[in-house]
Every structure is written in C-alpha cells, then in structure tokens.
Design a protein around this ligand. Sequence first.
Ligand code: NAP
Length: 253
Amino acid sequence: MDFNDKVILITGASSGLGAATAIYLSKLSAQLALVGRKDPNLKRIALYCEKSKGIKPLAITADVTEELDAERIIKETVDHFGKLDVLVNNAGVIGMGGVKNSSMETYDTVMNTNMRSVYHLTMLATPHLISSKGCIVNVSCIASSKPSTMALAYNISKAALDHFTKCVALELAPDGVRVNSVNPGFVKTNLLKGIGLTDDQLALFVANVVGNMPMKKAVEGDEVAALIAFLASDKAKSITGSNYILDGGSSLR
Ligand SMILES: NC(=O)c1ccc[n+]([C@@H]2O[C@H](COP(=O)([O-])OP(=O)(O)OC[C@H]3O[C@@H](n4cnc5c(N)ncnc54)[C@H](OP(=O)(O)O)[C@@H]3O)[C@@H](O)[C@H]2O)c1
C-alpha cells in the first residue's frame, strides 16, 4: 500500500488511535492534516510522522465541536494541500452512566463530539471528496451494536455513527466516494482517563475488561491503523457502507 500524493485528514490525531493511524500512514508516504485540541501532543505526533519519510504534516489545533473550527479544518487542509482524498473521523470521547445516573451534559458532550461534529465535517469535506473520488473512514466501536450498561450516550453515539456511515455511503456511491467504519473493541489509549477513576481503579478496570475478552488481550492501535489504511486504499475500491469489527472476539459474547 502506498499513499504517495494522497491527502489524509485525521481528527483526534494527538492521542491514541488517531496518533497510531497518523504514524502508520506517514510510513506509507501520506500527506497528513492532523487535528487535535492539545497543541503540544499534536505537534509531537506531527514531528514523529515527519521523521518517517520527511513529509511534514499540517497540524491544526482545533475543537471539532466548534462549527468555525470545523470550517477552518477543511479550509486550511485544502488551502495547504490543494485537495482532500481521505477523511478519517476519529476524534471521540466517552461519558459514563445510563438512564439512572447520567446527565444531559454528558449526552451533549458525547453526541456533539462523536456524532454532530462528524456530520458537520463530512458535509464540509464532501465537495472536496467528490472532486478527488476520495473516501471516508469513521472510527466507531463495537459498543455501537453490543448493548452494555456503563456508557449509554457513548453507545448510542456510535450506533448513530454506524447508520450515518451506511446512509452517507449510499448517498455518495454514485459520486465515487466510499464511506466505511472501523469498529474496534478495547484498545489501551487515553479514552478512559476522563471517566473519574484513580490510576489504580483504572488499572483494575482495564485488567477486567481485557480478562473478559475472548482472546485475553486488548486490540493494538497499530491493528486499527492498518484496517483504516486498507479501507482508505484502492485495495478496498468496492467496499462501501461497511462497519468492520476488530475486537478479538469481544462482540461474540
Ligand atoms: N480506546 C478504545 O478502546 C476504543 C475502542 C473503540 C473505539 N474507539 C474510538 O476511537 C476514537 C479515538 O479514541 P482513543 O481511544 O484513541 O482515545 P484518546 O486517546 O482519548 O484520543 C481521543 C482523541 O480525540 C481528540 N478529541 C476529543 N474531543 C475532541 C474535540 N472536541 N476536538 C478535537 N479533538 C478531539 C483528542 O484530542 P485532544 O487529546 O488533543 O483533546 C484525542 O486526540 C474515538 O472515536 C473512540 O470512540 C476507542
């Protein structure tokens, strides 16, 4: 696989799966536009990517939930590179609780980040993706299809994202634009850092999650990055509207 001359925009590239995907794609010669809120982290990942093949990524410090920021993300990318080939909607947050113990603030934060911003960025990117016959990869989760009680807003945000993926795939298929999602199981990233557990509690929680996974191991960021790269590549030229589970068998039970 080679992404020479391909312009790939990745949201949430300052940490976790987005950073892993940026690094993976930098090794395949992609021209990267990387988005995150924490500027030092974003710059660190951008520098790391540049070292792969000497191609300098465009680092855009922005909040995807802010409409003006979303407009700036697409504008800066297209102004800088002249086009957009691939949009990776990866930025996401988790919020804990269900109907008994959640809040509307949690609902709004999670839905605004995981779904509303994706809707908006996709709308803004669409004319450019039609021009380039490009594609979209959304980062969903197995929580989209596997009911669980801990993070209701997160689960339904990802269920909405899967359906969004299919609807937009259908809409844009005649334009030659493909749209798919990757749906990982548990990966060790910073996602759970904000859920209000101490480090010890978090370590115990993670050990439990991994212990309950059929393969007894977490998915690795590199594996998710490789699947995103495949779906973004010409090797997947007839794949659109699919939600790809990568979870070490977690969704089987
Ligand atoms: N880890 C898992 O087990 C797992 C499993 C399935 C799916 N996922 C999905 O994978 C995606 C990435 O999560 P992760 O696990 O890599 O978590 P992470 O390490 O916490 O990374 C989340 C990324 O999203 C960015 N982000 C969050 N809100 C943002 C906003 N409003 N504007 C711009 N950037 C924002 C963060 O940027 P800053 O840090 O700079 O703010 C960070 O780069 C999410 O969509 C998540 O739902 C994760």
